[in-house]
Structure formats: structure tokens, C-alpha cells
Design a protein around this ligand. Structure first.
Ligand SMILES: [Zn+2]
Length: 213
């Protein structure tokens, strides 16, 4: 986990705007391999083990079933589309990938070499270490990003995430930051507009919105 990610993450217990402090027991360069993030207000500690940050807390957010029901088949081209519409060759990160896109996280990170890619997921499974610019964060069953407002350069979701998740991911974006939704459900463009985004390219493969200045 990149040390600087502690600057974009809120305490999952207290919620935004409560920030956390990173304590590294082992690190390689700016990447923490063992340590924890701690909240100075509620004293919660969230471990970093083998470079993976565990922010999971049971019983928060929307159900896992709701997210899986919106699951989409991810073709090998999806990472390319996401990289193209989020303009990962320009701009700056971090790029927040929702859990339903975790399986393309390595490919997206490979395309977005100058960005930090933050993949949210729910598995404690063994994983290969992946590209150097990829941070994995295990979140609780809701999969909501405990991210401070306005800190991310881009984000991506898939399927029909619903207005609440779209609003939370949109709030994480900096001005001009982009949100992509792969294989969007029917209400996605309207929900993105309601979340304050300017919808740029409604499409049946991917819909993109931009946070206003
Ligand atoms: Zn807290």
C-alpha cells in the first residue's frame, strides 16, 4: 500500500472527514508492506499485511448480494476502454476501482503507469503481488470507499451500482476527475447527472462523467 493513500482515506468507523495516520513497521520505498492505519479519534486500527490494507468492518453499507447481482462479464477489452475514457496517459491519480472491477485491476494498473490504482475488494485470498502502482484495499461487505471528498483523479464502477454508490464515488473525485461505469444499467447516466457529474459519453459499453470545476 502506498504510504500517501493515508491522505485520501477516511476512518471507516467515524466516516469522513476523519483522517487516519499510517504506521509502517516494514516498508519498501514509499510502500508499506506491514503496519497499520490508525484513527486518532476512535482508536480503531486497520492492518496492512503483505502490502494489503484491511479496512473491512462487518455490517456497513449495501449488501454484497446487491453488488454481485449487478455483476457484468468483463471482456479482455474492458481494461483498455477504462484506460482510454479515463485518459490515464494524462491527468493524475489515484484511480479508485470498485470491487466488481477487481479482476481487471492489474491490467488497468499496467496501462496507467504514472497513476496509483487503488483496487477495492473483499477477498483475503492470496494474490500475486501485481504491478508496482497497484494498492489493494479490502473493504467491508458494502464495498463503499471510505474516501475523503475530492481526493481522487478518477474512479470506475460496473453494471447498475445504484444512485447511492454513484454519489459516493462521484464525491471522491477532484474537480475534472472522471467516473467511468462499465456495462452501465439503464439508470446510470441520470444517476451520474444527479450526483453532479457532467455526462460526456453515454454508451452501452461504458458511460463517463466528469466532476465539475
Ligand atoms: Zn475513527
Amino acid at each position: 500500500m502506498l504510504l500517501e493513500l493515508s491522505e485520501i482515506l477516511a476512518c471507516p468507523v467515524c466516516g469522513p472527514p476523519q483522517v487516519m495516520v499510517a504506521v509502517a513497521h516494514e516498508s519498501v520505498g514509499r510502500r508499506v508492506s506491514q503496519g497499520f492505519l490508525g484513527c486518532p479519534t476512535c482508536d480503531s486500527r486497520f492492518p496492512v499485511e503483505d502490502g494489503v490494507l484491511y479496512l473491512d468492518r462487518p455490517g456497513s453499507g449495501e449488501s454484497r448480494e446487491a453488488i454481485l447481482a449487478s455483476g457484468v462479464a468483463l471482456s479482455p477489452d474492458v481494461a483498455m476502454w477504462v484506460g482510454a475514457v479515463l485518459d490515464v496517459a494524462a491527468g493524475r491519480g489515484p484511480l479508485l476501482l470498485a470491487r466488481e472491477l477487481d479482476e481487471i485491476a492489474d491490467a488497468v494498473a499496467g496501462l496507467a503507469e504514472s497513476w496509483e490504482v487503488v483496487s477495492l475488494n473483499d477477498a483475503r485470498a492470496e494474490r500475486p503481488s501485481g504491478p508496482p502502482n497497484l494498492s489493494r484495499i479490502v473493504v467491508s461487505e458494502g464495498g463503499s470507499p471510505p474516501v475523503l471528498a475530492g481526493r481522487c483523479g478518477a474512479a470506475a464502477l460496473a453494471g447498475d451500482p445504484g444512485p447511492d454508490r454513484i454519489r459516493r464515488f462521484a464525491a471522491a473525485l477532484r474537480p475534472m476527475g472522471r467516473l467511468a461505469i462499465v456495462a452501465p444499467g439503464p439508470g446510470v447516466a441520470a444517476a451520474m447527472r444527479e450526483a453532479g457529474l457532467e455526462v460526456m459519453a453515454p454508451d452501452d459499453r461504458i458511460t463517463v462523467g466528469s466532476q465539475r470545476c
